[in-house]
Ligand binder design. Structure first.
Ligand code: HEC
Length: 111
């Protein structure tokens, strides 16, 4: 009887399809957002300063940060170059990464 072998692939598929992964959010953030917003979200980068990018610790993302960020990427002309690179699921991963690492604590330096 090798019933187990039938279930393993299904389980792996389910894991791969799970929507939000902090690791994925970090990788996506680094690839798409960090050059302007900085790895720590403070926008303390050459481009960030030149463009006047706000620190995430000073941005109020409102009651639905995911929808807010999706709208910013879609509507802000500053984000035209990245908007097409991330789909809804990737935006969700990036949002949770920003929320966990850059907004809630606001003291990443202390850690
Ligand atoms: C080319 C530089 C650049 C890149 C890349 C970039 N941003 Fe921005 N971002 C800006 C600038 C400039 C502003 C301030 C002006 C504005 O809001 O359009 C901003 C503002 C924001 C704000 C605050 C807007 C508000 O008022 O609520 C959010 C949220 C944001 N960016 C998210 C992201 C995310 C998420 C990514 C990566 C997917 C990203 N940005 C990539 C330049 C960039």
């Amino acid at each position: 009887m090798k019933l187990r072998n039938v279930w393993l692939p299904a389980t792996l598929l389910a894991l791969a399809a799970s929507p939000i992964h902090a690791e994925e959010g970090k990788a996506l953030y680094e690839a798409s957002c960090a050059q302007c917003h900085g790895s720590d979200g403070r926008a303390d980068t050459a481009i960030g300063r030149a463009m006047g990018v706000p620190s995430f610790s000073e941005v109020d993302l409102g009651p639905d940060p995911n929808a807010r960020i999706a709208r910013v990427l879609r509507e802000s002309p500053k984000h035209a170059s990245v908007a097409s690179k991330v789909n809804a699921q990737e935006i969700a991963a990036i949002t949770s990464y920003i929320q966990e690492e850059m907004i809630e604590t606001g003291e990443s330096e202390a850690r």
